[in-house]
Design a protein. Structure first.
Length: 225
């Protein structure tokens, strides 16, 4: 489970990061909105923990910006703003849970587990993914485009599923290696390029409108418009 912790108070950031790692999470940390935006757009995190009092941008505006660029990971808001109006605003503007400072570490961990269960449940109830005329059946492990079935290997299916879940977003080779092949450090391998080439031939072949795009030096994107 990968977390992005966005907290500008370094003592709190260090304490939370250490505690979360001890609890079994993989944690990256950012002290400002600009760094958080870059990490969240590139990192494929499962949950974001966002403090609202950031030095360069209000945390609510950061959450809105993340949602606009397609980041759908659940967001746990941390804030010293305790009023009902502030909590309601945070939840209405893209937050999934709200925890006021000061808080107990046990409560933070419990809320993370709850968000994790909620997100897993939401994923399990969705058995189909659709991007334009491309459709994946996650139960039968079948793929079709414009109603015509495509024959994919299990690895190609996993790769296409990852692209569909991130449709419209650029995904890097490192992200693909980690989420599809389970490699956390990018080795000198062309496995992504080979599988992407084969997948593109099947999905975009036959004169179909190309869906899988390559951004040189950045990664790949499954077009959703």
């Amino acid at each position: 489970m990968r977390l992005l912790l966005v907290e500008d108070e370094l003592d709190i950031q260090r304490f939370l990061k250490h505690s979360l790692v001890e609890a079994g999470y993989q944690v990256d940390a950012a002290g400002d909105a600009r760094t958080a935006m870059k990490l969240a757009a590139d990192g494929g995190y499962d949950i974001l923990i966002v403090d609202l009092g950031l030095p360069d941008q209000d945390g609510i505006d950061l959450i809105l910006s993340l949602r606009q660029v397609g980041v759908r990971a659940p967001v746990l808001i941390l804030s010293a703003r305790r009023s009902v109006d502030e909590r309601v605003k945070g939840l209405e503007q893209g937050g999934d849970d709200y925890l006021t400072k000061p808080f107990a570490l046990a409560e933070l961990l419990a809320r993370l587990r709850n968000l994790q269960r909620r997100d897993s449940s939401r994923e399990q109830t969705s058995t189909r993914l659709r991007v334009l005329d491309l459709e994946l059946d996650l139960i039968l492990r079948e793929v079709s485009r414009s109603g015509k079935p495509l024959r994919l290997t299990s690895q190609e299916f996993a790769l296409l599923e990852f692209l569909c879940r991130n449709a419209g977003r650029v995904v890097t080779r490192s992200m693909i290696l980690e989420r599809v092949w389970g490699m956390r450090i990018e080795p000198k391998t062309n496995v992504v390029d080979v599988h992407m080439s084969r997948l593109r031939a099947k999905v975009d072949g036959g004169g179909r409108k190309p869906l899988i795009g390559t951004l040189r030096g950045m990664g790949y994107v499954l077009r959703n418009v």
